[in-house]
Design a protein around this ligand. Structure first.
Ligand code: CTP
Ligand SMILES: C[C@](O)(CO)[C@H](O)COP(=O)(O)O
Length: 232
């Protein structure tokens, strides 16, 4: 049984509005994606990697793979027109002979901690899928026709999904083969079939770098995590 890390870097970063896709923006001197991949290799938790990227970003990927060395196989796959299609392309790049668990992760979330992975793995012993998620700390409004508030949701039952999202490999591959349209995360593909997926509490520091202000936040989080590491 293998644990496979499927890392997504096939987006264009429209909301960031940067000259290069946000996964290649420099964070403390290295591309965001390099931070994520290096961390996942350093966890010593995975035996195989899949990296999903845009065709035009091949040079970025080659440069990062020169910096992040691993003894384990790294499969490359091309991005699709939307995130879920990229995920499926990545899953199809895993040889059919491989069985085990896949941890699907946004390459622009460089702050996952190893204990998150251990908690997801434990949860997979009872559930078909397990995702990191954080309880809503703010009141959540539904705004169907901006700017008018339609209603206030009961936040006691609301969680904000993160990644990694972990599954038995064939389960999620089979589900996504049945269609990827309209899926904004991976758990949705199983929920669609009524399959029970669990949340595992994540960290609010496990941000998805999406807009320019997230880069400022990311520098602060990275600085704090490196300070914590030095103090151990
Ligand atoms: N077709 C796509 C779209 C997104 N992603 C990846 O999925 C993750 C989460 O997507 P998001 O944050 O939305 O990235 P973008 O789609 O690039 O951002 P935007 O929506 O602002 O364009 C990112 O690591 C992104 O690179 C991907 O691999 N393939
Ligand atoms: C998968 C995800 O990170 C969970 O919150 C989120 O749905 C990705 O959304 P995006 O618009 O593709 O960044």
């Amino acid at each position: 049984m293998e644990r496979v890390a499927l890392i997504l870097a096939g987006g264009t970063g429209q909301r960031m509005g940067s000259a290069v896709p946000k996964q290649y923006l420099e964070l403390s001197g290295r591309p965001v994606l390099q931070h994520t991949l290096q961390r996942f290799v350093d966890f010593c938790f995975f035996q195989r990697f899949v990296l999903v990227h845009r065709c035009e970003d091949q040079a970025w990927i080659e440069g990062i793979l020169r910096q992040v060395e691993t003894k384990y196989p790294v499969h490359l796959a091309l991005a699709g027109s939307h995130r879920a299609e990229s995920v499926l392309n990545g899953l199809e790049a895993v040889p059919s002979s491989v069985s085990g668990q896949v941890y699907i992760h946004d390459g622009v979330r460089p702050f996952v901690q190893r204990f998150h992975l251990e908690a997801l793995s434990e949860c997979l012993q009872q559930y078909a899928g397990a995702i990191l998620a954080c309880p809503a700390h703010d009141t959540v409004k539904e705004v169907a026709r901006f700017p008018s508030i339609a209603r206030t949701l009961d936040r006691r039952s609301l969680y904000l999904a993160q990644t990694p999202q972990a599954f038995e490999l064939e389960t999620i591959r089979h589900a996504l083969r049945r269609g990827t349209e309209g899926l904004t995360d991976d758990a949705s593909a199983l929920e669609r079939d009524g399959v029970d997926v669990a949340v595992v509490e994540g960290s609010r520091s496990n941000i998805k770098i999406t807009t320019p202000e997230d880069m400022l936040l990311a520098e602060a989080i990275l600085g704090q995590q490196e300070k914590n590491k030095r103090s151990l």
